[in-house]
Write a protein that binds this ligand. Structure first.
Ligand code: FAD
Length: 535
């Protein structure tokens, strides 16, 4: 009988390899009757720090007579019989034959997972990516960070692997979808540590992500998919409400089915879609600043100790509800042991974000603290008003930073007091450098006020949060400011054959949900279109 044991708590100093013995002992049975032991989930419980525990969910097969197994289950009500659900199959009734291979625009998580699914199903997709292959992209990104020279087509937002390539590679998600397991398995297949399959808060890190992305590309190519880098899509052509070509690299590529997975920074794409009459609407998102702390301070606050070899750099998660405005503020994309990175993709704009390596060992913790903004906050009802809103605050940050992609920076206490910072009194990591400034000027006044109140609240939750902490800004690319509408078939209601996917289309936020949405759109495409081409 296959058994699940949830909430199995052991001290972080105990050895995980002893778990089967421990289980045998607790159930009063010999170890050799336990087989197929596996860890399904591992979380940290630090509520009674400095006594810290790992909380496991484990699975194992228990040998014994039916009667005996029934007796064990009735005496141990915390145990569950593992009844795996039969796999759900999508009905496959393709109604249209494709004369040309499907095109995937964008090689981020949504685009690559969609392309992989199409390739596995024999559709031989063509992937078009404006940025460089990850090997060269890294050089363009370093040049920007070190010399302030921005490559407009290949940067932290654009290029193979998408926006999350230079990231912490956090794989946590709030969505509940069986495809998340497939995404994690795929990451492991292409080079991630198998630990991500059971960690409660898995992360990959930039260093490992880059090789995973390369391996995914190879697999798509092995399955006769094609990936073209440095090939920007500049338009889509429609006839009678149906897609028939993709304009890219000076060429019109015939295509009747396209998965559009361009991420939330492809403002030019939003522009040409809007002009072509594709239905787009405004959408809320969040805006704010990055805060940095000494990692050892965060470790003390979360674990009650400076470090422990089995715990790694500590994370935090904070939320605040502002009663006077009704707005929420929260920590976003927290990167333990990481650094703040310049994430611009347009000229004359400063954008912050965070990343870390797998080891998370920089000694500095950073997180965005952001406040929700709604379409009413934008200056007009135009569907792309949110893009203009982002752009205007990024430009303010650029001006305040001295017009050279350095970021304006401020001590958190000075931000709260709305006072210019002379000297920065904590650690900060943003390259190509910072300029002390009043960050209130990079945000709408009400958002600045809410942020200041949220910092005071967070200081009550994590004592000392305000001290020796430095802010940089501005953090605007938290999610898409638009949604590209789609109907129940996954296609744009105004453009048959166009499947908007991932974060840029407004259906995901983060690596996992974007990858899942890419898969979902590939499945929709496969269920509707079959192939007749021979290329
Ligand atoms: P993207 O990843 O943005 O990919 C879109 C791709 O489309 C890009 O490669 C782009 O170059 C390409 N493209 C755009 N326009 C065109 C065009 N016209 N022609 C051809 N190609 C085009 N999320 C997490 O879950 N965990 C994290 O730790 C995390 N950290 C992050 C750190 C940073 C610095 C950033 C910027 C983001 C981070 N995110 C993180 C968010 C995450 O990266 C995104 O949610 C995710 O990448 C979105 O996936 P996507 O495929 O929808 O879009």
């Amino acid at each position: 009988m296959d058994i699940i044991w949830p909430d199995l708590k052991i001290s972080i100093d105990e050895d995980e390899a002893q778990l089967p013995d421990f289980i045998g002992h607790k159930l009063g049975i010999a170890d050799d009757r336990i087989s197929n032991f596996r860890v399904l989930r591992r979380a940290v419980d630090a509520r009674k720090k400095p006594s810290i525990y790992f909380v496991y969910t484990v699975g194992f097969t228990l040998e014994g007579s039916k009667q005996e197994l029934r007796r064990i289950l009735s005496r141990n009500s915390h145990l569950r019989k593992n009844v795996s659900e039969p796999e759900k199959k999508t009905e496959h009734k393709p109604e249209k034959k494709l004369l040309h291979r499907p095109v995937v625009i964008g090689a981020g998580p949504a685009g690559y997972f969609a392309a992989l699914a199409l390739a596995e199903a024999g559709y031989k997709p063509l992937v078009l990516e404006r940025g460089e292959a990850v090997e060269n992209r890294g050089k363009s990104v370093q040049r920007f960070w070190q010399e302030g020279r921005l490559n407009l087509e290949s940067n932290v937002q654009f290029g193979e692997g998408g926006a999350g390539t230079f990231s912490d590679g956090k794989l946590t998600t709030r969505i509940h979808d069986d495809r998340t397991r497939y995404v994690l398995d795929t990451f492991v297949q292409f080079g991630a540590s198998p630990e991500i399959l059971f960690q409660a808060k898995p992360h990959i890190g930039t260093d490992v992500l880059t090789s995973i992305v390369k391996n995914m590309r190879k697999r798509i190519q092995e399955l006769q998919g094609e990936v073209r880098f440095e090939t920007k899509v500049t338009g889509l052509s429609f006839r009678d409400g149906r897609l028939y070509a993709v304009m890219a690299g000076g060429e019109a590529i015939p295509a009747e089915a396209v998965i559009l997975a361009v991420g939330n920074s492809a403002r030019d794409v939003y522009g040409f879609l809007f002009k072509a009459g594709v239905m787009i609407e405004r959408k809320p998102f969040a805006i704010g600043l990055r805060i940095e702390h000494d990692q050892s301070f965060i470790n003390w606050s979360q674990y009650g100790m400076e470090s422990h070899p089995r715990l790694g750099a500590a994370e935090y998660q904070l939320t605040y509800k502002d009663s006077s405005t009704g707005r929420g503020a929260y920590s976003f994309c927290m990167c333990p042991g990481g650094r703040v990175i310049a994430s611009s993709s347009e000229e004359f704009g400063v954008v912050t974000n965070g990343m870390s390596e797998w080891a998370r060992d920089s000694g500095v913790a950073n997180s965005a603290i952001v406040v929700t903004v709604r379409p009413e906050d934008f200056s007009s009802e135009h569907p792309l008003a949110g893009v203009e809103f982002q752009r205007s605050w990024e430009h303010r940050a650029f001006l305040l930073g001295g017009e050279s992609y350095r970021a304006p920076a401020q001590n958190t206490m000075d931000f709260i007091n709305n006072k210019l910072t002379g000297e920065l009194s904590g650690k900060y990591t943003y390259a190509p450098g910072v300029v002390p400034a009043n960050l209130r000027q990079t945000l709408p006044p009400e958002i600045g006020e809410v942020l200041a109140r949220s910092f005071l609240d967070f200081d009550r939750k994590i004592k000392g949060f305000l001290k020796d902490s430095v802010l940089t800004g501005v953090e605007t690319r938290t999610s898409a400011p638009v949604r590209i509408l789609r109907d129940e078939t996954g296609q744009s209601p105004s453009a048959k054959g166009l499947f908007p996917a991932g974060e840029g289309a407004g259906y995901a936020g983060g690596i996992m949900s974007s990858a899942v949405d890419g898969l979902r759109m590939a499945e929709k495409l496969i269920s509707m279109y079959t192939v007749s081409y021979r290329e």
